[in-house]
Design a protein around this ligand. Structure first.
Ligand code: FES
Length: 100
């Protein structure tokens, strides 16, 4: 089972999840504050439309699946370490930070 380490503003969280798990889903299950401000209440709920579930990959980008076409269209030209959590699946150990 892959290990996910999350650097949040004021704490770190580490947990394991099943390979193939949706990153947004497991972050929310582990009470990670993924969304900022108003986006906590208003977001596209994982459809890849709002762009508010950004995370930064701090190590091992191969621990997430490649960008989906939906994600690529939203993040075109951005740093490849920036990802939409709702579009990424966990496939290996990964370190990410929120508050991007
Ligand atoms: S939740 Fe809207 S783009 Fe990820």
């Amino acid at each position: 089972m892959p290990k996910v380490h999350v650097f949040e503003r004021d704490k770190d969280i580490e947990f394991k999840c099943r390979a193939g798990s949706n990153l947004r889903k497991v972050l929310l299950e582990h009470k990670v504050q993924l969304y900022a401000g108003l986006h906590r209440f208003v977001n596209c709920r994982g459809m890849g439309l709002c762009g508010s579930c950004l995370v930064r990959v701090e190590s091992n980008p191969a621990g997430l699946t490649d960008r989906t076409p939906t994600e690529e269209s939203k993040l075109f030209g951005s740093n490849p370490h920036i990802r939409l959590a709702c579009q990424a699946e966990v496939c290996g150990d990964i370190e990410i930070s929120t508050g991007v």
